[in-house]
Design a protein around this ligand. Sequence first.
Ligand code: ADP
Length: 454
Amino acid sequence: MFKKILIANRGEIALRVIYACREMGIKTVAVYSEADENSLHVRFADEDICIGPARAIDSYLNVPAVISAAEITGADAIHPGYGFLSESAYLAEVCEACHIKFIGPSPQNLRLMGDKARAKRAMRKAGVPVIPGSEGPVETEEKAQKVAKEVGYPVLIKATAGGGGRGMRIVASPAELGHAYRTCQREAEAAFGVRDVYVEKYLESPRHIEFQILGDHHGSVVHLGERECSIQRRHQKLLEESPSPALSDKMRRKMGHIAVEAAEAVQYTNAGTFEFLLDKDGKYYFIEANTRLQVEHGVTELVTGVDIVKEQIRIAAGERLSLKQSEIVFSGHAIECRVNAECPDSFVPCPGIIHVFSVPGGPGIRVDTAAHSECTVSPYYDSMIAKIMAYGHDRQEAIQRMRRTLDLTVIEGIKTSVPMHQRILADPDFCAGRFNTSFMERYLPTPARLATAV
Ligand code: ADP
């Protein structure tokens, strides 16, 4: 087992990894930017090392700085958390060359899944249902027109390197395609450095259902059930839960089996998530795989009792998975609300100083956060400041526990998404489990909605 792990991340996820390491008797190294000198991850780790200025590109995304920090401190492994370098095949390769274990999938897996068009092709080959669309990137506007005509409008133009809800455009008719194609290419190049785009059928109001999988280096793969992530705004997740109110046990078994087969087909190792869209007729389609620990992994931990971060560390150290599929038992229901520092109506980030931060605990509540009273929410990084998770014997109890926690939460100094979550949790359709990825439109003051309202 590793003696010392460097955590190439910040915020709540850096703390989450530190907690797992402490429980396993592994020493930790925190890396931090100049903006994060007083952060909790620096305080909680056994060692810390500054890796650069505030801008992520100069610090948390700086591979040479991260590797140097690992070498200086003698860390034998790096946990990348999520975001930043977590899906960087380059970091994984450099780690290999430097004999430092990367706690994540192989560089080959990272490269394959990092290109969404290639990933879809590999999944199609493995017999996994994928959304109809182009076979790979579409190099010309004419080709895009041809594919769109074949699959039927509306279609989605997506960046092969896209992520975080960015790099996609909905196209309703042939007349709009040219402009959308060019804009998507331009945006993809600016945001991800790769201008390749592909075309796929746009499903009207599907549900987003993803399966958590774990694979070891001895050929075993298991799934830990699904997460329902349909409560999104601008294709970004806001609230997640497990299990999904939309899946029967039979569907869960079937989709879980497909996710495991998909992972086996590409010799996937470590933690990963296979994402599917489920349409109104109960048909499901693979959209992409995420090759890292997900923000929302906690809801899966609550319903399975499996510590995913510890499993990741054990897998990277060459150990076998601690559980067989038949030993994974699902019980109860868990919901996560992502608390962001943002204006609840416009979703505009709202960094600043939090003067009071108090989230009550109590039965069934887990709070993953690096925030505290008198801490600063930096404008340089993601606006998520806490993940509040509620567990109950059933969905209703989880909702009740989440509601009382949000009602008693006090965060002063900045605006947060707590009021938005309160609205969601009071919505009769949400409570009845009747929703899809269009759910949040009713709460968004978009020009189109205002126009119809008038
Ligand atoms: P990202 O990597 O940016 O998260 P995804 O491919 O996972 O992108 O898609 C994010 C969200 O965008 C999905 O959860 C879903 O709401 C929407 N979406 C993606 N592909 C489609 C599609 N073909 N049809 C309808 N909605 C889609």
